[in-house]
Design a protein around this ligand. Structure first.
Ligand code: PLP
Length: 235
């Protein structure tokens, strides 16, 4: 088996190539798509190999694991993305470490983030997580719930909304995933027409290893890829 750095570099090049091809098919530039490497399956050493290979956006789904890896990689040029549910009692410790929180999923969480950001005299950049598939096990705002909340969210002076995040259905495979991504983009386009000026909906975080190519065809500006980056690597 190839050594860790070369295996990781090879996997990264493969994922980047698939991003470029999907962008090409969609008539988009690959530079419009930010790759977030999801490191939840691997240790800090393997995550560091990804950074050494040139990937500086890393994502974790559990706040405690983000804290741990952020500490282990403190001297590395990493932008940390929180992509999973943030419990309100973990806001204080997570906010200063996260470059972007993809998983803002309730007004109360947004209010807590705003308060914490205000105390620290900084901004809290977030995406609003939308439960597009309606899956009961998933977090996120229901699609029809979000529009009436936008004025309240816009009043949070330190929260900066940058876009929406969503996941494809667990069932239905790639066909269903593509429909889910299209629905998220349509929701974004519709909300963007009427949303308060304080809120930006430019970013669309959608697509994982099994379906990021489809997400890019449907307008993703951020894809969150784990498994495909670590093929052939022991966890
Ligand atoms: C784990 C995870 C991913 C990455 O999934 P892969 O299928 O391993 O690429 C993306 N997004 C979220 C929210 C995740 O929890």
């Amino acid at each position: 088996m190839a050594d860790l750095p070369s295996r990781i570099a090879e996997n990264l090049a493969g994922v980047r190539e698939r991003i470029a091809q999907a962008a090409l098919r969609a008539g988009r530039s690959a530079e419009e798509v930010r790759l977030v490497g999801v490191t939840k399956y691997v240790n800090a050493e393997t995550a560091a190999a990804l950074v050494a290979a040139g990937l500086h956006d890393l994502g974790e789904s559990r706040p405690q694991e983000l804290w741990r890896k952020a500490e282990a990689l403190a001297n590395q040029p990493v932008r940390w993305h929180l992509i999973g549910h943030l419990q309100r009692n973990k806001v204080r410790r997570t906010l200063p470490l996260a470059w972007l929180i993809h998983s803002a999923d309730s007004l109360r969480l947004l209010q807590d983030l705003d308060r914490e950001a205000q105390q620290r005299e900084r901004a809290a950049p977030v995406l609003l997580e939308i439960n597009i598939s309606g899956d009961a096990a998933k977090h996120g705002f229901a699609p029809e719930q979000i529009e009436p909340l936008l004025p309240d969210i816009a009043r949070l002076s330190h929260v900066q909304v940058r876009g929406l995040m969503g996941m494809g259905s667990l069932e239905g495979g790639r066909t269903q995933a593509k429909k889910d991504f299209a629905r998220l983009r349509e929701l974004r386009d519709r909300l963007a027409r009427s949303c308060p000026a304080e809120i930006s909906l430019t970013e669309l975080s959608m697509g994982m290893s099994d379906d990021f190519d489809l997400a890019i065809e449907e307008g993703a500006t951020m894809v969150r890829v784990g498994s495909d980056l670590f093929e052939g690597v022991e966890a």
